[in-house]
Write a protein that binds this ligand. Structure first.
Ligand SMILES: [Zn+2]
Length: 64
């Protein structure tokens, strides 16, 4: 285990550590860091929300 890895790196329940993936669109990239399982047949993916997305979600909660 490396101390340089992000603490919040997602894990696939079946296959372990997930790999960082660049967003396919500007919108995806803006939303944050995407992670996908390294197993080819596994569709598991996870998103670590960016600061921008987190701020927008908080704003939506306050105005809803
Ligand atoms: Zn998996």
């Amino acid at each position: 285990m490396s101390a340089n890895l992000p603490v919040i790196r997602p894990q696939c329940a079946q296959h372990g550590a997930m790999e960082f993936r660049l967003g396919q669109t500007l919108e995806q990239t803006w939303c944050g860091a995407w992670y996908a399982c390294s197993s080819p047949r596994c569709q598991t993916a996870a998103l670590i929300p960016s600061m921008g997305l987190t701020a927008q979600l908080i704003t939506q909660e306050r105005t809803a």
